[in-house]
Design a protein around this ligand. Structure first.
Ligand SMILES: [Zn+2]
Length: 75
């Protein structure tokens, strides 16, 4: 068996998933897939995914000049 990770999050009363996210955030990595984060805690792929999810939820039709679009075009 592997030794569990020992760090500042180990004994916090939060779920394992939340700890995973906090560690990723600390390491400036995407909380979803562990790729280098571009903005906040998400890589470009998940930045776009999160954006599209939000649009669906709110039923938005317009495309605003948001950061993720510019980054998408650059990539
Ligand atoms: Zn990702």
């Amino acid at each position: 068996m592997r030794t569990p990770i020992q760090d500042e999050f180990t004994y916090l009363p939060i779920s394992r998933q939340r700890k995973y996210q906090l560690r990723k955030k600390r390491d400036k990595r995407c909380t979803e897939c562990g790729a280098p984060a571009i903005r906040g805690v998400r890589c470009l792929k998940h930045l776009v995914m999160a954006r599209e999810l939000q649009r669906k939820k709110r039923g938005l039709k317009r495309r605003y000049k948001t950061l993720s679009y510019r980054l998408q075009r650059q990539a």
